[in-house]
Design a binder for this molecule. Structure first.
Ligand code: 5IU
Length: 259
């Protein structure tokens, strides 16, 4: 099963170009850490990525929380992505009818389609959302579909999760993987399990977020790319903390593929 396969091997099995690229970056840089830069200052995000870019395979953004968002920010973050060899995931969680999503993806202030290697989307509206994103998929782009969430009391059921995976299987060239919490959610080793809700100690925040440890998330729950936000961003020294997360997460991955 996919738990025991190396990222090198899985890069060969991936049908989506971004998944292939991300597996290869992880293998080359020896990191499965995705930094979630949930910060409202473009300048601070760029400063942080100068220091941490070498330790991550993926940077997850929320463009719509940035107060000084400009096209200059985008050209700078793209330069950092080239320099440090990481990809960019805009965590937009699209959730509307296909026509609206296609406008949200390509137009407006953010023009996400111009710069994000991949985006997140809900399966809730049905296949039209994937058709919309697929039709704009000229260059190398991908979608992580939400199959599960980390937050307490979320309304996703096992049936919803299975229907999400079935929907994704119709768009193999578009789908990079799933945002999910459990290894049984999907089987295809060419797809990536992106798992948020991770800190070094199990805990919660005050607004429903639930954290699991790296060991649990990688060895028991099947996480491939691990999303860490406040565990790094809110630390006294984000750079030191990023290295600790990177090393811890990578050791768990090595243990998984060796055993
Ligand atoms: N995120 C989750 N849980 C989910 C999904 C997305 O936490 O199920 I889907 C996002 C929200 C935030 C990041 O941007 O991942 C986690 O940040 P913290 O590590 O700071 O909790």
């Amino acid at each position: 099963d996919r738990m025991s396969l190396t990222y090198e091997k899985r890069a060969e099995l991936a049908k989506n170009g971004v998944a292939k690229q991300l597996f290869s970056i992880m293998a080359t840089k020896k990191t499965n850490l995705c930094l979630s830069v949930d910060m409202t200052s473009a300048t601070k995000i760029l400063d942080l990525l100068e220091k941490i870019g070498e330790h991550v395979c993926l940077v997850k953004t929320h463009a719509d929380i940035i107060e000084d968002y400009t096209s200059d920010f985008i050209s700078r973050i793209k330069q950092l992505a080239d320099r440090f060899n990481f990809l960019i995931l805009e965590d937009r969680k699209y959730a509307d009818i296909g026509n609206t999503v296609s406008l949200q993806y390509s137009k407006g202030l953010y023009k996400v389609g111009d710069w994000a290697d991949c985006v997140t989307a809900h399966s809730l509206p049905g296949e039209g959302i994937l058709k919309a994103l697929n039709s704009q998929n000229g260059v190398n782009r991908g979608v992580f579909l939400l199959a599960e969430m980390s937050s307490e009391g979320n309304l996703i059921t096992p049936d919803y999760r299975e229907a999400t995976v079935a929907m994704a299987s119709k768009y193999p060239e578009l789908i990079t993987g799933f945002v999910c919490q459990n290894k049984d959610t999907f089987k295809d080793p060419g797809l990536i399990q992106l798992t948020p809700g991770v800190q070094l100690e199990s805990s919660k925040d005050d607004l429903g977020q639930v954290y699991n440890t790296p060991e649990k998330v990688i060895l028991e729950k099947g996480g491939d790319v691990i999303v860490v936000g406040r565990g790094i961003v809110a630390a006294k020294s984000p750079e030191t903390q990023a290295v600790i997360y990177k090393d811890t997460l990578w050791k768990c991955y090595l243990k998984r593929v060796s055993g």
